[in-house]
Design a protein around this ligand. Structure first.
Ligand code: PLP
Length: 469
């Protein structure tokens, strides 16, 4: 396999295995410069792009995003209409708004997070006042341990029955103040190509999770930010016709018995498809849910929080530039790096007993060279997780991290950052499972640096082993 060499972000030979963002050269600067030029030099477009936006974002952009999403996901229940879409300032910003509008620390009984979890989201749950309500739910090989979740829900329901007997209304967010729907529970998950585990939830678990959400009044908040960076695991098959897993929001729409508010929101982002600094994304949910998000305080005051950048994205969507960037640059680059990384793991880490923690492959379909629909499994995203051996002779993770940093200029993601802070049992579970391992990312480093990184990691482990004997 040849190795791309330009634009590696490694500084003075250091390798950062914690970094989870695209290499700077992949950020579509030229495409954005051209889009900015076009928007800013057209007086009508620039006027609209630079003033306060409407609360949902510009209707024509919502329409284009809805059409694009319909083409990408091919939802079984038909095309996505514009009233199901709101433009946001990215998945992180939208998460804060969703929690503010639909949860209440005094009413919402539990905030579940699938663990290992996307660590940078955790502060947002604390900020929403849900810190004491946070509860980790382990991932299993199909994406979430549903039995664990059900048990916790049943325990919580019986505790809630005792409280109801006291006849106290705990709600602080009133319908008259713009909170027409509060959920009793919320659950945060990255169902497809997860950060950090790289796993994809099975279709069975997706359906069962939506059913559980309806039964217990749970809002499923899905960060669907890696979906469009998927490819077939089989290198002989092109990524272009890959059928994507239905999102939780698609299943909620398709399954009989959907409610006005629904039980899912899909949090999408252009950060991974063009550039994170744009801070632009979208949410998809039922029209009532979307209308409610549009009344979030900062939006009610300032309008669409990504007004200007949403116009840039719209230009790139309409011209086909965004799709070309994803299909012809991002996916082929990431796919090559992923293969190189997996080979390097096998060369340098397998001999030490380290293994890739893959979960069950997600079975889907794509087209072969002759256009026939053929089965395949899904790969992609930014991350995979490796498990260290559990035996006591393997060095301590803290020592590996220390030697990596001090002697090999290597930054390693400590597994414990993916634990659900706020849930003491979560920390305990992490110490028995994913804390003995680390997340690896192929989005930031070029191929040769990924190989060097795995060699350095193996050396850091050997150094830590030498001092522990
Ligand atoms: C799972 C997940 N959600 C959200 C984000 C942040 O997305 P955005 O840049 O759109 O706020 C990231 C970025 O790493 C992520 O991995």
């Amino acid at each position: 396999m040849t190795m791309a060499s330009s634009g590696s972000p490694s500084i003075l030979g250091s390798i950062d295995l914690l970094m989870g963002r695209p290499t700077l050269r992949l950020q579509g600067a030229r495409e954005l410069a051209a889009a900015s030029q076009t928007i800013l030099l057209q007086s009508q477009a620039s006027g609209r792009a630079l003033t306060y936006g409407t609360d949902h974002g510009d209707d024509s952009i919502r329409e284009h995003v809805a059409v694009w999403l319909s083409r990408k996901y091919r939802p079984a229940s038909g095309p996505i209409s514009l009233d199901r879409v709101i433009l946001t300032n990215g998945a992180a910003g939208a998460l804060a708004g969703v929690l503010q509008k639909f949860t209440d620390p005094a009413y919402t009984r539990r905030m579940f997070l699938v663990e290992p979890t996307y660590f940078l989201a955790i502060q947002t749950f604390f900020d929403a006042g849900l810190g004491r309500k946070m509860q980790g739910v382990p991932e299993d090989d199909e994406g979430i341990d549903l039995e664990f979740l059900r048990r916790r829900l049943e325990e919580e329901e019986s505790r809630a029955l005792d409280r109801t007997a006291l006849d106290v209304d705990f709600t602080t967010k009133l319908p008259s103040h713009g909170y027409r729907k509060l959920y009793k529970y919320a659950l945060y998950v990255v169902p497809t190509l997860s950060n950090p585990s790289g796993k994809t939830m099975s279709l069975h678990h997706r359906r069962a999770l939506v059913e559980l959400a309806r039964q217990f009044d749970i809002l499923l908040i899905a960060d669907d930010v890696y979906d469009f960076l998927a490819w077939p695991d089989d290198d002989n098959l092109s990524h272009k016709d890959l059928e994507l897993p239905p999102r939780l929001v698609d299943i909620d729409r398709e399954m009989a018995g959907a409610s006005e508010w629904g039980n899912t929101v899909s949090n999408g982002s252009f950060s991974k498809l063009m550039a994170p600094g744009l801070r632009v994304g979208w949410c998809e949910a039922t029209p009532s849910f979307i209308r409610s998000i549009s009344t979030y305080g900062p939006t009610a005051s300032g309008g669409c929080p990504s007004q200007y950048t949403s116009f840039l994205i719209d230009h790139l969507l309409k011209s086909g530039t965004l799709e070309r960037h994803v299909q012809d640059t991002l996916i082929p680059t990431y796919r090559r790096r992923y293969n190189v990384l997996v080979d390097a793991i096998k060369t340098h880490l397998y001999p030490l007993g380290i293994r890739i923690s893959a979960g069950n492959p997600y079975e889907t379909y794509t087209a072969d060279k002759t256009g026939n629909r053929v089965p395949t499994t899904l790969a992609g995203g930014f991350f995979l997780y490796v498990d260290f051996p559990k035996d006591a002779s393997f060095p301590l993770v803290t020592d590996i991290i220390r030697f990596g940093s001090d002697e090999f200029s290597l930054r390693i993601a400590p597994g414990e950052i993916f634990a659900v802070r706020g849930d003491p049992e979560g920390l305990l579970r992490a110490s028995r499972t994913f804390n003995k391992g680390t997340r690896l990312c192929w989005a930031w480093h070029e191929e040769e640096d990924l190989v060097r990184g795995m060699a350095k990691l193996a050396e850091a482990i050997e150094r830590a082993r030498a001092v522990s004997i």
